[in-house]
Each structure stands twice: as C-alpha cells, then as structure tokens.
Ligand binder design. Structure first.
Ligand code: ADP
Ligand code: MG
Length: 355
C-alpha cells in the first residue's frame, strides 16, 4: 500500500523488567515529531527500537515503505544524534565527519567535497584539522551532527541532543536544525524535555507516560485541544475548575442540575488578554458564585480573585482563586492586576470544555 508516511511504527512492544513500552504511530515524510514526557517514560527505547539498537517483542517498523523490523541498524538509513557526542578522540574533525563513509564507494575527493559542504552548512569550515578534544560543547555537537548528516539519512533520531548545552547555544543549534531540516528534508523524531524547543522544532508532538503515548497530534492542536487531563497537566497549559453554566440569564442545564457543579477544562492560552476587567462592585455578590457565563457566541467568562502575582521576567504568573479552587495564568507584565482584587476573565469559547 502506498503511503506518504516515512516512519511507521506499528503496534511495537518492548517489555523491560520494570516497564512495558508501546508505540503505534506514523510520521509523514519531511516532518518532525517531538517526543516528550517524564524521565523513564520510554522515549529513548522508542528511538532505539526504530534505529534497530533494541529488538521489539512484537510489532513492525516500516521506513519509507520497507519493513525494517529485522534489518541491521546500518541498513535502515537512519541517523542518530545523542546528548553525548561520542566523537573519536584520536581523529580530527574531518576524519570524524567522513568516518561513516568508510565503507561506501566514494573516491577520496568525493568524500572531501561532501565533508566540506556539511562542515560549511554547520559553520565549521576551517575546523577540519582541529583535535576534537579541543572543541567546545556546541562545536562538538555540530561535528556530531555533521557526522550524521554526511550519511544523508532519510530519518534522523535526536535523543535530547542539546540538554547539556547552555540556553543561547541551544537556541542557536535548534535554529540550525530547523534550517537544515528544510534544506535536506529529512524526517525526524526529536526527544526533548524542553517544551519551547519541542514546540519550535516540531510539526507533531507526542507525549509519553509510563511506556505509553498518551497524546499525539499536530503540535499547536495538542496545546489547544489536549484531549485528556493527563496531557493538560503535562503541557501545563490549562486548569480544571468547577462551575455552573449560564447562558444569558438562564441556567443552561435543566432545573434538576441547577445546583450541580460541572467540571470544566480551561485552556489558558484561550485567555483573551484585553478582556480582564476589575469588578469590585460585584465582588460581594460573586464571591461565592459558581457561575460560568456565556458572554456571547464566542466568549466565556467567570469571576475570580487574584491571590498572588509573581514576576517571571517576560510575564507575570498570576494565581487566581475561584470558590476555593486555584489556577495560574501567565499574563503580560503590562496587564494591570492587583492582589486581592476581583476580576472577570474572558476566554475564547473553544478553550472552555465540560469534562
Ligand atoms: P526515557 O528516555 O523516557 O527516560 P527510557 O526509554 O530510557 O526512558 O527508559 C524507560 C524505562 O525502561 C527505564 O526506566 C527502565 O525501567 C527501562 N529500561 C530502559 N532500557 C533498559 C535496559 N536496557 N534494560 C532494562 N530496562 C530498561
Ligand atoms: Mg532517554
């Protein structure tokens, strides 16, 4: 069957003594999946299974339409980039980079040309004769990338490649990866703990927990529609709050349900920034209000009290309280907001869902 999926992981299973890891997903050609989740959730195992460094108990791995489940790692057309660069200390930069071409039928000149092109793409022209032990962390990681890219893999698996680098270097390198990906059009999986990095680099995002993929989808969609509470918690992109739904002046629920408190998922990125109004006049009245109000067709609102405001540099983390429940919103520093004041908060209607 013809498919434009480059990586197909079909019901793969690997049981370790302490954890069973399951994967069932596919990635279209030329796209990047960011795989994230707590330590020990099985991310590296998934990568190692795809690369052929571990054998699955069951399931299949198809790369570019070919069943690779039982193929040797070197025959899968996959490159891997790890946090530890594992360069050969006794070889210089150039020899490290061309090492993988050893068994390929290129002339010495062709190898050199390829190396020069890759080194230049990574800003490493002039580094050819450098002893790799004299390189900085960022330079080593670039050489490691060059060593992978020279093999022209159709798939590259990145296992937390930048987690030991400082923030500015991480940003520089992730920009380069994105640029290179567009240029070379490889398909990739990028494991990272850094949510900003994951969002920046990926088309799709998968979240793992205890050996299972609990959510996967287009990156932006996952943030806007986390689908389940575990995902919402992991992305830290919203909160759960109870209330009673009101549409106009009417309670939307049937009379029997008037006093029940429905639980709502509220996606914090659905907060409408210019619709935060201080409302002390109604403060008394709404202090014990469970109301969740449809303001109009497109907005949803409720009252809450600001209990705490912490400065986080580019934003304030503001903690609100509504009927004994607490939640945080990240608000611009310029938003005028005072502790102990009561606010009516407006959200995009699509970002508030009953659960
Ligand atoms: P992550 O990359 O998300 O931190 P890993 O895939 O490295 O997670 O590991 C997940 C779990 O799988 C580990 O906590 C461990 O229980 C088990 N595991 C991984 N590799 C091995 C191994 N080689 N032998 C035994 N158990 C392993
Ligand atoms: Mg890992």
């Amino acid at each position: 069957m013809k498919t434009n999926n480059c990586i197909e992981v079909k019901k793969i299973q690997k049981t370790w003594p302490d954890l069973t890891i399951l994967g069932d997903f596919s990635i279209p050609q030329g796209k990047i999946l960011a795989l994230t989740g707590p330590s020990g959730s099985g991310k590296s195992t998934i990568l190692r299974l795809i690369a052929g460094l571990e054998k699955p108990d069951s399931g299949e791995i198809i790369i570019n339409g070919t069943d690779c489940t039982r193929k040797h790692p070197s025959k899968r057309g996959i490159g891997m980039v790890f946090q530890q660069t594992a360069l050969f200390p006794h070889l210089n930069v150039l020899r490290n980079v061309v090492y993988g071409l050893e068994n390929r039928s290129y002339s010495k000149n062709e190898k050199l040309q390829k190396a020069e092109k890759i080194l230049s793409l990574l800003g490493l022209s002039g580094f050819e004769n450098r002893n790799v032990q004299t390189l900085s962390g960022g330079e080593s990681q670039r050489v490691s990338l060059a060593r992978t890219l020279i093999m022209e893999p159709s798939v590259i698996l990145f296992d937390e490649p930048f987690s030991s680098l400082d923030q500015s270097l991480k940003i520089q390198l992730r920009n380069e990866i994105k640029k290179l990906q567009k240029e070379l059009n490889f398909t990739g999986i990028f494991v990272t703990h850094d949510m900003e990095e994951a969002c920046f680099i990926s088309d799709y995002m998968g979240i793992m927990k205890k050996g299972r993929i609990i959510a996967m989808g287009e990156t932006q969609n996952l943030f806007l529609k986390p689908g389940n509470v575990e995902t919402l918690d992991f992305l830290n992109n919203g909160f759960i709050i109870s209330g009673k739904e009101i549409s106009g002046k009417k309670v939307k629920k049937s009379d029997n349900n008037c006093n029940t408190q429905q639980k709502y998922i509220v996606i914090s990125t659905g907060f409408l920034p210019n619709m935060l109004t201080e409302d002390s006049s109604v403060r008394k009245k709404i202090q014990n209000s469970h109301e969740m109000i449809y303001t109009d067709e497109s907005t949803f609102s409720f009252y809450a009290t600001c209990v705490k405001k912490d400065f986080y540099g580019f934003s304030n983390k503001v903690t609100f309280e509504k009927n004994g429940e607490y939640f945080d919103l990240s608000l611009p520093v310029s938003a005028k907001i005072n502790e102990k004041s009561c606010y009516r908060l407006f959200f995009d209607i699509n970002s508030v869902k009953e659960i």
